[in-house]
Design a binder for this molecule. Structure first.
Ligand code: AMP
Length: 928
């Protein structure tokens, strides 16, 4: 332990001590040439001794409530006194008395409390001197100081030294935060929380904290400080990145050398900008190398065969350091000196743009004409030098209520698909309130319907760069709808184009030209802000943003009359009251089975609002994998929330009840559903915070739906919620480290929780991290250990879990990626055949891997007992498995063969064997 300032009191000189009755004597001794004093007493022949020796007043540092008293002393063997053995003692007592002031020589025995009886470990006989050292703790001191006293009851003792000290955690720098010297707490405060400050040029999202243990050790630093961008950690300090290197983010990473084709800046760089003539494509990481433009393709050759023209060429000599080279073809038709674009008529096979091969075949050419073909090479950075430009917008088809538009874009080829923002409005709109409609399109054509007949509209189209910002020039045109209703006979032709043009979203911008400076943006305006055009149409609206939460419920949920609801049976208990199964029969609609959540009587207004907030949130969602809200009852005394009924209840329970009954692809199918629901939530910017199998509901077609939404009650009703030092309640084993450490809840932390749900599902509802304590879980995660693959878990699925559990949240997959990957796995069942191996390098040690004292098991039955599987002792014995070495050799098949059939038992035994192997490190792979 780091013992801090030790208060040493040696008995050099008697003034420190006050004697009683005069029986304790100061004796001067010389040992190894130096003189020192001891206090001795030796009345062994006399009855009823009660001799006291007291220290002078010992002042106490206010925070030191617990002090240690180290005594050195000698006790004479009673047997060495002839005839005194009846009265002779070999122990003495240590007492203490607290006081706010020095009481001088006043001594009142009654004020002293006994701390301990001091007995020697070694007795001094006639000819051999044995010195004992004993340390006793005096706890819970609270006054300004204290006295120690020694009571002799008839022993022969010499007290050589008394050392009184307390323990401190020394001033320290840990994880780039400095913490002051702190006195260790006592019994009543085993861990003292201490706040620190980040060292210079380090920052942290949360105040760094640490705990000082009673033993003077620092433990559990929370809220990591990290060196600022441009700085790296060098021996507990943040130093500037050296010239020619950079660091872009506050992180624990080192500075890295500037990548290829970038400018080397002075020390402390946070980016290395591209050198002139080099660029980063929009999707290139800002920390990656820069690349140049490709040079022209070479050796263009045209050959004709079977009425087609084949163009071939060689790749550019210089690709600019990129691999994403594509080619586009431009065609010009020349008659005499006049050349014009070949137009849409000619056909390119496979395509005229975005070619990755160095050839193309051209058909539908007219005879006896001169054509000029130009082949251009493009790469991801081409777009940066040539912002897309809209040219020639025109009407392809017109009716009284619709217009079909088409426009050209130059250059025609881009490394990534271009998106277009089309804005239109009626030309003669009243200028006070102008309504714009904004469409984001993926194709350069669109059919706009529901227009007013015989009306002029203004259209503006602009290309968007891949990050969604407008790029290049835009074009504005005016077109009119026709006067009369006409038969729309060309719709078929255009329908193809418009149908293919996936409409991402529609945003209606209402501009209050005169009054907007005073218009506060309410939550209901969120969708309509033009700066948010690239967000999905719907964003989750926090019901708290409504001053009156009742307005939010009314806005997002349908009011149901209680007479339309029939409660049938209690199926669960929520935080606010019972959950029933029942029937909803709204006149004119089909009867549906529903779950009815009720609010128990005696609620407060706050509880009622919290209860209904779940409906305000759920009512905003509409997705196959999100529990659907049917409606609410708010206008009657008994408030209710009515949702679709999920026959199989909570997923964790359901899987535990059907352990081993589903094939991997069925489990992956369930996960796919949950991931799709979560993708929907994250697209709406809703962070769930309590994603766990217990909060997923399953219906009778095994469809899984995310449930449990709420606000202030987030986690309050979750039995897994544990209060953290930062005050919130967090289900530790489902929560990402950054959310535990500094409450950074994001969709990326939901992804971490999804990884845990994946594990729960693949392990048929097993409890994550088994019976480890929350503290052990956090420690293991912090040390980069992760849950091992569940038994029979496909390798690809386990790899995805590990990705979800990456420490760096920016590297975790997004829910969109997860859905795509799970879809891919489901489409090719073979991909689920490879089973994940047990990896001892990253896996958390499995439970029950050693005897209770940590030593290896001595027998098979002892081991089986420890994992509560004693019922199989005979099966093992009959199969001749009698040593732990034999157990270690067993494969899953062997365990099955000796008669362990229940999946849960099989798993328990197989896991335990894995754990034993992990521990003995004899085998790292266990073929499951
Ligand atoms: P909750 O308050 O949402 O955690 O609900 C408590 C319990 O009621 C859940 O664990 C389920 O067992 C059950 N439950 C809640 N909603 C439904 C539902 N829509 N369908 C079936 N059971 C439900």
């Amino acid at each position: 332990a780091n013992k801090g300032a030790n208060h040493r009191l040696c008995l050099c000189g008697s003034p420190l001590f006050l004697k009683r009755r005069g029986y304790w004597e100061v004796i001067q001794r010389t040992l190894n040439g130096s003189q020192f004093y001891t206090f001795s007493v030796c009345n062994v022949g006399e009855r009823e001794q009660d001799n006291w020796l007291r220290t002078t007043f010992i002042q106490r540092r206010p925070s030191a409530s617990r002090v240690f008293v180290e005594l050195q002393f000698i006790v004479r063997d009673c047997n060495s006194f002839d005839g005194a053995s009846l009265t002779c003692k070999e122990t003495f007592n240590l007492f203490t008395s607290e006081s706010d002031a020095d009481v001088g020589t006043t001594f009142r025995k009654g004020q002293f409390k006994k701390v301990a009886t001091i007995a020697p470990d070694e007795i001094t006989s006639k000819n051999e001197l044995r010195i004992n050292t004993e340390t006793k703790v005096v706890e819970n001191l609270s006054r300004k100081g204290f006295y120690l006293a020694f009571q002799d009851i008839g022993a022969c003792i010499a007290l050589l030294s008394v050392r009184v000290y307390y323990k401190t955690c020394p001033a320290t720098v840990k994880s780039l935060a400095s913490f002051p010297e702190t006195v260790a707490g006592g019994e009543n405060q085993a861990l003292r929380e201490v706040s620190g400050v980040c060292v210079e040029n380090a920052i942290s999202e949360e105040l760094p904290r640490i705990y000082c243990t009673v033993d003077g050790e620092w433990v559990v630093p929370v809220g990591q400080c990290q060196c600022k961008p441009g700085y790296e950690e060098v021996e507990d300090e943040c130093q500037e990145c050296k010239a020619g290197s950079f660091k872009a983010e506050a992180s624990g990473d080192k500075c890295t050398p500037c990548p290829a084709n970038t400018q080397e800046l002075d020390s402390g760089a946070v980016v290395c900008p591209c050198m002139d003539g080099f660029y980063r494509a929009p999707n290139d990481p800002p920390t990656g190398p820069c690349s140049g433009l490709p040079s022209a393709p070479r050796d263009l050759v045209a050959t004709t065969s079977a009425g087609k023209l084949l163009l071939t060429w060689s790749p550019p000599e210089d690709t600019g350091g990129r691999t994403d080279i594509t080619y586009s073809i431009e065609c010009q038709r020349c008659e005499g000196m006049v050349c014009q674009s070949c137009g849409e008529k000619i056909r390119y096979e496979p395509a005229g743009v975005g070619l990755t091969d160095t050839k193309v075949s051209v058909s539908e050419l007219d005879a006896h004409l001169n054509y000029t073909f130009t082949v251009e090479a493009h790469s991801g950075v081409t777009v940066l030098t040539n912002p897309p430009k809209i040219t020639a917008m025109r009407v392809m088809e017109r009716s009284s209520t619709s217009l079909s538009l088409f426009w050209d874009v130059k250059p025609r080829v881009h490394p990534r698909p271009i998106r277009y923002e089309l804005t239109y409005r009626k030309k003669d709109d009243n200028l006070d309130v102008t309504t714009y409609t904004v469409l984001i399109l993926e194709k350069n054509s669109v059919q706009i319907k529901d227009l007013v007949p015989g009306t002029a509209y203004l259209f503006r189209v602009q290309a968007l760069s891949s990050d969604g910002s407008p790029g290049g020039s835009s074009m504005e045109e005016q077109f009119e709808t026709s006067e009369h209703l006409t038969q729309n006979n060309t719709a078929v032709i255009f329908g193809v184009a418009a149908g293919g043009a996936a409409m991402l979203f529609i945003v209606i911008v209402v501009l209050f030209l005169k009054r907007n400076s005073h218009t506060r943006q309410g939550p209901e305006d969120t969708y309509f802000s033009s700066s948010e055009q690239l967000k999905p149409l719907k964003t989750y609206v926090d019901p708290h943003t409504y001053e009156d939460p009742n307005t939010a419920v009314l806005k997002f949920a349908t009011e149901i009359h209680p007479s339309h609801i029939t409660k049938q049976k209690v199926i669960g208990a929520g935080e606010f009251g019972e959950v029933y199964r029942g029937i909803l029969k709204v006149p004119g609609r089909k009867e549906v089975a529903v779950a009815i959540k009720t609010l128990k009587p005696g609620y407060t207004e706050k509880q009622r609002q919290d209860f209904l907030s779940e409906a305000s949130i759920m009512g905003q969602f509409s997705h196959q994998n999100i529990i659907r809200l049917e409606g609410v009852v708010t206008k009657f005394k008994h408030a209710m929330i009515v949702t679709e009924y999920m026959e199989n209840g909570a997923l964790d329970r359901y899987l535990r009840d059907h352990d081993g009954e589903f094939a991997s692809f069925q489990l992956v199918g369930m996960l796919r559903g949950i991931a799709a629901g979560m993708k929907y939530l994250s697209d709406m910017s809703y962070v769930h915070r309590d994603l766990a199998a217990r909060n997923i509901l399953v219906n009778n077609t095994l469809e899984c739906k995310v449930s449990d939404f709420g606000l202030s009650r987030v986690l309050e009703d979750d039995p897994e919620g544990t209060y953290t030092t930062s005050g919130g309640k967090i289900p530790i084993r489902w929560t990402a480290p950054e959310a535990i450490a500094y409450r950074k809840f994001t969709s990326a932390s939901d992804v971490w929780s999804f990884g845990i749900v994946m594990w729960e599902v693949m392990a048929f509802g097993e409890r994550p991290y088994w019976d480890m304590s929350n503290h052990e879980v956090m420690k293991a995660i912090n040390e980069a250990f992760r849950l091992p693959a569940p038994m029979d878990c496909p390798s690809a699925v386990y790899q995805l879990m590990l990705q979800c559990w990456l420490q760096d949240r920016s590297k975790r997959p997004r829910f969109g990626d997860i859905v795509s990957l799970l879809d891919k796995l489901l489409r090719s069942p073979d991909s689920l055949k490879t089973i994940a191996d047990f990896d001892p390098r990253i896996s958390i040690r499995l439970p029950s891997t050693s005897g209770s004292d940590g030593s290896p098991f001595r027998s098979v039955s002892e081991w089986l007992e420890s994992i509560k599987m004693s019922q199989y002792s005979e099966n093992f014995a009959c199969a001749g498995v009698v040593t732990m070495d034999q157990v270690l050799q067993m494969k899953n098949e062997d365990i099955k063969n000796i008669g362990v059939r229940l999946p849960g038992h099989l798993k328990r035994i197989a896991y335990s064997i894995l754990g034993l192997k992990d521990q003995t490190s004899t085998l790292s792979v266990f073929a499951v």
